[in-house]
Design a protein around this ligand. Structure first.
Ligand code: ADP
Length: 289
């Protein structure tokens, strides 16, 4: 409620900074119910506080799904824009992949994380009203809760940023390494751009590598390795994250790799929909098909 949020804005300390990103700084706080929250102090451009902007945020706060980081509320006061999200205890997928968070994500857990994120995105594409294209799917926008359940964060925000900026038609939003090449060329945004970015995240789950390392794109590296090889693991053995490389049986590994590579097809029409991705991941997890 409004009162609650008013309190939260008074009650969080800037010393509780937990990160900063494209839209500003993020702090840990608590609302009066005792619920932990992440408070994002946003810098969202010229439309700030405008009616259109508020309508859009209100819309986002009504999107609820188990695999989406819920927007608990927001408040705009005295020139500040605060977005209040449920707090994700285990941080970003990226920091869990680098082991910085002390967690070990085993292979099955990684399939579950892919499936959870895919369900969140499929919901945005197919069931949210109006449909939402995320536009910035990446491993730092996938957060893990206390049970290591994956939740997609920051949906809807990229749209606000681009539509409130001056150069709508000439601006491509997204993060290098995750950016759909077709969208980059044509500037025609569709759900399939999220599918591409999601495919890159799947490759991160396999390799733990960043999408671009030492100037090399993970997508190209893997494509090359696969083209050269006819052995098991598609010749990717050396590229698999050391944390899971020696797992005796990576159940569903080849199907997982195939799915990831379909997601990062150059041509959007060759990529599956997020719903199809969900179905395939479910089948991989249950080891059938
Ligand atoms: P970016 O713009 O790079 O996506 P964000 O501004 O969304 O970054 O978030 C910055 C950092 O704050 C994240 O990397 C994460 O560590 C932390 N963070 C963001 N949202 C939450 C949340 N809901 N719960 C816990 N930590 C969060």
């Amino acid at each position: 409620s409004y009162d609650e949020l008013r309190k939260c804005t008074n009650n969080f300390s800037e010393s509780n900074e937990i990160g900063s990103g494209g839209y500003g700084k993020v702090y840990r706080g608590m609302i009066s119910s005792g619920k932990l929250v992440a408070i994002k102090k946003a810098q969202l451009g010229s439309m700030q506080g405008g009616l259109e902007f508020k309508t859009e945020i209100e819309l986002l706060s009504r999107v609820h799904h188990k695999n989406l980081v819920g927007l608990v509320g927001f408040c705009f006061e005295q020139g500040e824009q605060l977005l209040v999200y449920e707090f994700m205890m285990n941080g970003t997928l990226r920091e869990n992949l680098t082991g910085r968070n002390g967690t070990h994500l085993d292979w099955k857990r990684r399939i579950r994380i892919a499936l959870g994120s895919a369900r969140g995105l499929a919901y945005l594409h197919e069931l949210a009203h109006p449909p939402i294209i995320h536009r910035d799917v990446k491993s730092t926008n996938i957060l893990l809760d206390e049970n290591l359940t994956a939740k997609v964060a920051d949906f809807g925000l990229s749209k606000l940023v681009s539509e409130t900026s001056e150069h709508v038609s000439t601006q491509v939003k997204g993060t290098l390494g995750y950016l759909d090449p077709e969208y980059y060329m044509t500037q025609q945004l569709t759900e399939k751009s999220d599918v591409y970015s999601f495919g890159v995240v799947m490759l991160e789950l396999i390799t733990a590598k960043q999408p671009i390392e030492k100037g090399k794109y993970i997508v190209r590296e893997i494509r090359t390795a696969m083209d050269k090889s006819d052995e098991s693991h598609y010749g990717l053995k050396e590229m698999i994250d050391p944390a899971i490389r020696n797992t005796p049986n990576l159940v569903g590994f080849s199907r997982f790799v195939e799915l990831a590579m379909q997601c990062v097809e150059e041509s959007a029409s060759d990529r599956p929909t997020m719903n199809e991705v969900v179905k395939t991941l479910e089948s991989i997890l249950h080891n059938d098909g």
